[in-house]
Design a protein around this ligand. Structure first.
Ligand code: FAD
Length: 401
């Protein structure tokens, strides 16, 4: 193994190349990314960075000098256009590069509103890249009116930032409740109340019919209830799709993302995938995770496996979101839950998802202790009795013994 090429200089790509060097790989490493910035963290894009409370340099995952210092050939502003599997090459920036192992860490692409409903008007933004956020930031002025389309975590975080910046904020969610795809009704209720308490107008069960504009710039929106409202900017948070185009064109198996085995290998044994773009085996099924912890852990597992470790990647899902002064921490995956136990400790609150007697996941709002204990229990495959969890007066720590 002499040459490893990694496509996508995001969280997974950067983690993979760093792990390869840390594990002692001495061959050539090329990390290719189509964005202009060196690898950076995305979570602050809808939180501290958008709020103006985090300097650009702090977004970067490593100092720029790290790549040269570690003989990593970092090529920015460069899109990988094609993979030739037979010849084991990729085409990027007009050059052809040979690989012995190729890693796809292409992330995901945000869903956009089509031009037919005004998605191409100026003042309409998505939140995926540094460029997206730098473009929207000047429009976030006190007193201006923002429409947020989509009540998932990205939309809610953007709403919180816009409100903190003094904007008038309306959020519409087509489903009957915010966070319906990812959380229980109790969590939706809690976040709805939080946002309304901060002055965000939340409209659920309301879709967007179209945006309206003047001279190519958005000036308002018509909702599915036929009402028309003026807006100065629109932030669209309606989900993402795994970036599979390159893999698909190369004929790799796709199943809700680039399909990999437990070690992170695609249907071509010389090509691996990790992060948002990859779907992998999990508890008898197959999942794809859109989170930083997964991008790092999976990419590091792939790095070790390329070097022959032969280890299975066992995801331990966790996630977080910051809105106003609330830190939400999530442990586990709630898919398949049949009931939720609320632990109401006043300022610290957590929602525990069960299927039968089995604990699946915990949403903890300003409750780091509940989160930490829940996470350790889930990882150990242990399920506390609901009546213990539901009694905020009972200490949970003894459950870990
Ligand atoms: P990415 O970080 O998206 O990197 C993929 C890179 O590949 C991109 O730079 C892309 O341009 C590049 N690329 C794609 N195709 C090509 C090509 N053909 N040639 C060259 N380059 C290519 N996760 C959390 O856990 N907690 C959070 O609070 C959280 N908040 C978030 C907030 C925002 C605003 C966003 C956008 C994401 C957030 N996430 C959060 C999700 C997290 O950032 C992603 O799961 C993570 O970045 C995935 O890493 P990745 O390397 O798979 O993809």
């Amino acid at each position: 193994m002499d040459r490893i090429v990694v496509v996508g200089a995001g969280q997974a790509g950067a983690s993979c190349v760093a792990k390869l060097r840390a594990e002692g790989f001495a061959g050539a490493i090329t990390l290719i990314g189509e964005e202009a910035a060196p690898p950076y963290q995305r979570p602050p894009l809808s939180k501290a960075y958008l709020l103006g409370e985090m300097a650009l340099e702090r977004l970067y995952l490593r100092p720029e000098s790290y790549y040269a210092d570690n003989a990593i050939d970092l090529r920015l502003d460069t899109r990988v256009a094609a993979i030739d599997r037979a010849g084991k090459t990729v085409t990027a920036g007009g050059q052809t590069l040979l690989y012995d192992a190729l890693v796809l860490a292409t992330g995901s692409v945000p869903r956009r509103l089509p031009a037919s409903v005004g998605g191409d008007l100026r003042g309409v933004h998505v939140v995926r890249t540094l460029r997206d956020v730098d473009a929207m930031e000047p429009g976030m002025q006190p007193g201006r009116r923002a429409l947020i389309v989509g009540g998932g975590y990205i939309g809610l975080e953007a709403a919180a930032v816009a409100r903190k910046r003094g904007m008038e904020v309306t959020l519409i969610e087509m489903a009957d409740r915010i966070l319906s795809r990812v959380a229980c009704p109790e969590t939706s209720d809690w976040f709805r109340a939080l946002h309304r308490g901060h002055g965000v107008e939340i409209r659920e069960g309301v879709g967007l019919t179209c945006l309206v504009g003047v001279d190519g710039r958005v000036t308002g929106a018509i909702f599915s209830d036929a009402t028309e409202h003026p807006f100065d900017m629109v932030i669209v948070g309606i989900g993402i799709a795994p970036a599979t185009a390159l893999a698909e064109a190369a004929g790799l198996d796709i199943e809700n993302g680039v399909k990999v085995d437990a070690q992170g290998r695609t249907s071509d044994p010389a090509i691996w995938a990790a992060g948002d773009c990859a779907s992998f085996p999990y508890k008898g099924g197959r999942i794809r995770l859109e989170s930083v912890p997964n991008a790092i852990d999976q990419a590091e597992a792939v790095a070790r496996n390329i070097l022959g470790a032969g280890e299975e990647y066992v995801a331990q899902p966790w996630f977080w979101s910051d809105q106003y002064d609330v830190k939400l921490q999530i442990a586990g995956l709630n898919a398949g839950y049949d009931h939720v136990v609320v632990r109401d400790g006043g300022a610290a609150r957590s929602h525990w998802y069960y299927r039968g007697d089995t604990l699946l996941a915990v949403d903890a709002m300003n409750d780091p202790r509940g989160y930490m204990i829940g996470k350790r229990l889930i990882e150990a495959g242990r399920s506390p009795a609901p009546e213990v969890v539901g009694d905020a007066g009972q200490d949970l720590k003894p459950l870990l013994k």
